[in-house]
Design a binder for this molecule. Structure first.
Ligand code: NAP
Length: 248
């Protein structure tokens, strides 16, 4: 049977690379985006060229109504849901905490924490065996920042990803009996547009050269870890946090 996944933030970066790789494995993919509709349609086209099926789904993960609508859209399009990749996330310009205003902090935690929790909740409601589901898999996108802290740059983002690690550990225990595996991937410095959105387009290249492997990672390299955790090859893996960070 064709497996169905919702990937939040799949219009660009790690989400797009994951969608493409799952397409090549024959999955059907709900391609969520927030603003960049053209990029989401390009992801969907890449999934199709790779051999899968895709449906583009607009929605802000920080909105409960949008999140419920995203899951409804996946089930309407494909008839089921087997997996969630909780990938949508934001950074903001680097600065010390003392200079951060409340609007920035609010949005950081709304998208990166509340959004991830809402998406995991909807996945739990629809995949839990006690609620009529068939089980499934959740992969959450954390960050190496969760264990480094990102001082003077973005301690807000780092803390939001610490919450993702903890959510992963708790949900793995809560949802294991429901047939749902829950894991996280912690990317390091990955060459995507997220660094430009934080005001430093060259951040991955500059800091990546200082990592043990001497370079930034690619979105495709992170996608390989995510897809492995989604696959039956990882059938006894739950509550794990997989670093894909070049030794950083
Ligand atoms: P990216 O290239 O900036 O792409 C972000 C994606 O998230 C886009 O598809 C964007 O949609 C979507 N998005 C943003 N806010 C959203 C919202 N409120 N609702 C729904 N979608 C939203 O990011 P990336 O580098 O691929 O990062 C993906 C994940 O990996 C994030 O959770 C990030 O924190 C994590 N991560 C990345 C790195 C890295 O070095 N790149 C390192 C560690 C962790 P639009 O196109 O519509 O804007």
């Amino acid at each position: 049977m064709t497996k169905v996944v919702l990937i939040t933030g799949a219009s660009r970066g790690i989400g797009r690379a994951t969608a493409r790789l799952l397409g090549a494995r024959g999955w059907s993919v709900g391609v969520n985006y927030a603003n960049n509709e053209a990029a989401a349609h390009e992801t969907a086209a890449e999934v199709g060229r790779a051999g899968g099926h895709a449906r583009v789904i607009k929605g802000d993960v920080a909105s409960e109504a949008d999140v419920i609508g995203m899951f409804d859209a996946v089930i309407h399009a494909f008839g089921r849901i087997d997996a969630l990749v909780n990938n949508a996330g934001i950074v903001a310009p680097g600065m010390p905490l003392a200079d951060m205003d409340v609007a920035r902090l609010q949005r950081m935690f709304d998208v990166n924490v509340l959004g991830a929790y809402l998406c995991a909740r909807e996945a739990a409601r629809r995949m839990s065996k006690d609620r009529g589901g068939e089980g499934g898999v959740i992969v959450n996108l954390s960050s190496a920042a969760a264990r480094l802290g990102a001082p003077n740059e973005y301690v807000d983002y780092a803390g939001s990803k610490g919450a993702i690690d903890t959510m992963t550990l708790g949900l793995a225990k809560e949802l294991g009996p429901q047939g749902i595996r829950v894991n996280a991937v912690r990317p390091g410095l990955i060459d995507t547009e997220i660094h430009a959105s934080g005001g430093r387009p060259d951040r991955a290249a500059v800091l990546g050269s200082q990592t043990p492997l001497g370079r930034p990672g690619s979105a495709d390299e992170v996608a390989e870890g995510i897809v492995w955790l989604l696959s039956d090859a990882a059938s006894y893996v739950t509550g794990a946090v997989l670093d894909v960070a070049g030794g950083r």
